[in-house]
Design a binder for this molecule. Structure first.
Ligand code: IGP
Length: 405
């Protein structure tokens, strides 16, 4: 496998690479500015596959210098895997795009920065800026998960599962609440903040909120575990699990790697979110299987018709969430739930016995009635109830009725 070495002299501040055949050209700044001449290795180029010995690249260096030269070398054995990994992720993006997935799993022009040697290699303006918040979250998660995996191997996680207590029946709890109250079963979300709404509650005590939700009649709880964008944590999940709260718990995470399923299970999750806008079909199929092995319920989330159709073609899915919020733009429209349950699609869902959850943007008894009429048997609610002084009263206000007994 080949790569390119760029020889740079001391105090070179930047260079530009201009491939000959209309391929992507790019500018690269060096920071810190090297004090000695050095070799800058480019193993990850935007067009790696078309980057061949024959397509000689022109280097233009503003500062200097005849001493900036390009050569091609064999990649050392150890790096071959890294380059392969990067190439595989490029294919992953292509497969995902063919299924209508708009976000890219990783920055397309290079792997996360920690892969690259002494100087950062980053294309400016060419794809390494996330296009929307979901993409930013996923890119961040990719780095986060690879760091977490280094600390806890899958083998270690599996060992911990040997003595783990069984999971609680998430769908059973929703159905039971639906029967008991006549309303959709409530998944109440322990949510401190979100990128779209900022901090929802300053005095945030996750266990206290969870207990209030349970007292108010919630069937299940959803606990956000993403730290960076939602100010959630796995500590919150663990604390709620060991607090005596009996409701089954959904780990609200951005899952991109099967390792996270094992981790969530170890941390006390009974169910886990899988987002169709993030995961290609093959990943969903694979993760559904692992969830079954782990006793986790998968809540598969969709936002539009195409995602719903993809998910309906996958075997073994029992719980589907319709998110009324577009995770790319934050726009909320509760008629989305209705739209996705109409006609043949709705019939297919009923035939398959899938339980549908209406998610996001539900504030009033009229909202609940609207999504119930559309066909949901459960709802997922955060903002409107977490903001109330007493979240259990928030639940009664949301349904227009005390549903606690
Ligand atoms: O606070 P709301 O509008 O009631 O929404 C809750 C829940 O649906 C929302 O937090 C959510 C739905 N799907 C997600 C995926 C990731 C993060 C968050 C979410």
């Amino acid at each position: 496998m080949e790569c390119m070495n760029v020889m740079i002299s001391a105090r070179t501040t930047s260079f530009a690479v201009k491939p000959p055949h209309g391929l992507l050209s790019f500018q690269h700044s060096l920071n810190p500015i090297p004090q000695k001449s050095a070799v800058f290795k480019l193993t990850q180029t935007p067009n790696y596959s078309s980057f061949k010995r024959s397509s000689f690249l022109h280097i233009r260096s503003q500062q200097l210098d005849e001493s900036t030269t390009v050569s091609e070398t064999k990649v050392p054995e150890g790096d071959v895997l890294k380059v392969k990994e990067w190439e595989v992720s490029m294919f992953h993006n292509e497969v995902a795009a063919s299924q209508g997935i708009k976000i890219r799993r990783r920055p397309p022009t290079g792997p996360p920065l920690h892969y690259v040697g002494p100087f950062e290699f980053r294309l400016q303006n060419e794809g390494n800026t996330p296009r929307n918040i979901l993409e930013e979250i996923v890119w961040n998660k990719d780095v986060e998960v690879s760091q977490m995996k280094e600390k806890r191997s899958l083998v270690a996680l599996k060992k911990q599962l040997d003595n783990a207590p069984p999971t609680r029946d998430f769908i059973g709890a929703l159905k039971e609440a639906n029967k008991r109250t006549g309303f959709p079963g409530l998944i109440a979300e322990v949510k401190k903040a979100s990128p779209s709404r900022g901090v929802l509650r300053e005095d945030f005590d996750p266990v206290q909120i969870a207990k209030a939700y349970e007292k108010g009649g919630a069937a299940c709880l959803s606990v956000l575990t993403d730290q960076k964008f939602f100010q959630g944590s796995f500590e919150n999940l663990e604390a709620i699990k060991s607090s005596g709260v009996q409701c089954p718990l959904l780990c609200k995470e951005f899952v991109i790697d099967a390792w996270q399923l094992f981790y969530a299970r170890v941390k006390g999750a009974d169910a886990i979110l899988l987002i169709a806008a993030v995961l290609p079909d093959l990943d969903i199929k694979y993760m559904i299987k692992i969830c079954k092995l782990l006793g986790l319920t998968a809540l598969v989330e969709v936002h539009d018709e195409r995602e719903m159709d993809r998910v309906l073609d996958i075997e073994g899915i029992e719980l589907v969430g319709i998110n009324n919020r577009d995770l790319g733009t934050f726009k909320v429209d509760i008629s989305n739930t209705k739209k996705l349950l109409e006609g043949e699609r709705g019939q297919k869902i009923r035939d398959k016995g899938i339980t549908v959850v209406g998610e996001s943007g539900l504030f009033t008894p009229a909202d609940i009635a609207y999504v119930q009429e559309a066909g949901v048997k459960a709802v997922l609610v955060g903002e409107s109830i977490v903001k109330q002084n007493d979240p259990s009263i928030g639940i009664a206000q949301l349904f227009g009725k005390d549903i606690s007994s």
